[in-house]
Each structure stands twice: as C-alpha cells, then as structure tokens.
Design a protein around this ligand. Structure first.
Ligand SMILES: Cc1cc2nc3c(=O)[nH]c(=O)nc-3n(C[C@H](O)[C@H](O)[C@H](O)COP(=O)(O)O)c2cc1C
Length: 195
C-alpha cells in the first residue's frame, strides 16, 4: 500500500513540504509506504498537446523527462496527495505543469473519452498561503480536489492554511501538523481497504 505526494513548492523544506511530511508520517504509522515528489527539483516539461498519449491506455506520454517517475508513482499508489502554496491566488505553475501532464492517463481509444487508469483511489490536499484570509486556500484546495476526482481519487480531506509566509512557519503550528498527521493515518486506513 503506497501513498504518493506531489509538492508544488520550490522550497524542499517549506510549509507545503512540512505539512506533506507530517501527513506522510501519519500514513507510515498507518502502515503505508510513502513517496514524495518535488517536481521543482526535477526536469518536467510542459504538455505539448501532441495527443499521442490518448491513443490507448498503454500509450503513455512520449516526452522523455522526469515526469515518467511521477506517472509510475501515481499508477502504483492507492492514495494521491497534492500540495501547493498559493501563488497569485492559485496553485504554483510547477504543480499545474504536473497536473497538465496527467492528461496522459486519459484515452480516446474506441472513439470514447475515458480514464485509462485502473481502480479507485483516495486522496488528500495541502494548501498554504501567507495572507491571513481563509477563502483562497480553501478555494484552491477545492480545485485540487476537483482534479483528484477526475482521476477517480476520492478526496478524504484537506489542510488549507493561512498565515504561513516563511519556510519554517508551518513547523511552529502543532494544530496543522496534527491535522496533517491525522489525515495521513486516515488515508492509510482507507487505502488499505481499497487494495
Ligand atoms: C510567486 C509567489 C506568489 C505568491 N502569491 C501569494 C498569494 O497570492 N497569496 C498569498 O497569501 N501568498 C502568496 N505567496 C506566499 C506563499 O504562498 C507562502 O510564502 C507560502 O507559505 C509558501 O509555501 P512554501 O513554503 O511551501 O513554498 C506567494 C509567494 C510567491 C513566491
């Protein structure tokens, strides 16, 4: 049983990463293997809309870059976690680039648009921002949950947090760390039941 997390932050030890790590710690307590990808530290190109990936569920994306590791991880995992800081009221371009490339999980084989991924999954979302207002991170978390659902991933919950500006701020928020750890435990329990 595996939980795969993708962090959209360019800071490997920033607030998104801190809360993702707390969540993954909870998931490991619940018996899951965990993997975190930091696409900002990887070579990931933009989707080129070549559409060759849609030909069959096995076709895959032809761009030979580090996204291939993320495809493998997402296919393997029973649980997906998407995390991002708010950048200009949305997810980072880094995470959006990865999301765009997950288009390759779809197929139009047989003339009908469908998901080429097997099985059901569960998921969770982490969103952080510097500002004190609370609506934006919630809205961005809802957007990420919408993307998860599009891949047959059932979102179990989110941590959508404000007032986190400096990279160490989340580490000083036991309430958020506890919530993330608890979400990780829940995710592991649900993922085990899905296997
Ligand atoms: C390019 C850029 C855009 C940002 N846009 C926003 C924003 O729209 N609203 C906000 O509250 N914080 C914004 N921030 C601040 C980050 O969301 C905040 O510092 C967050 O904690 C960073 O998370 P990280 O440590 O995981 O990278 C922005 C930061 C950067 C670098």
């Amino acid at each position: 049983m595996e939980v795969v997390a993708i962090s959209g932050s360019p800071r490997p030890k920033g607030n998104t990463a801190t809360l993702i790590e707390a969540l993954l710690e909870g998931a490991r307590e619940g018996g899951a293997k965990t993997t975190r990808f930091d696409p900002a530290q990887m070579r990931i190109e933009d989707c080129t809309a070549g559409d060759e990936c849609l030909v069959s569920p096995e076709a895959g994306c032809r761009i030979a870059d580090d996204m291939q590791q993320i495809y493998d991880g997402l296919r393997r995992a029973q649980a997906w976690v998407f995390g991002s800081p708010v950048y200009h009221a949305h997810v980072t371009g880094t995470l959006k680039r990865v999301i765009d490339r997950t288009y390759a999980f779809y197929t139009t084989e047989g003339g009908e648009w469908r998901l080429g991924l097997e099985g059901r999954r569960c998921g969770a979302v982490i969103v952080v921002q510097a500002d004190s207002e609370e609506e934006t991170p919630r809205r961005v978390a809802e957007y990420l949950e919408q993307i998860l659902r599009a891949y047959n991933v059932d979102p179990l919950g989110c941590v959508a947090a404000s007032n986190l500006a400096e990279p160490g701020d989340a580490a000083a928020r036991p309430d958020l760390l506890d919530r993330a750890r608890e979400l990780g435990r829940e995710l592991a329990g649900e993922a085990a039941a899905l296997r």
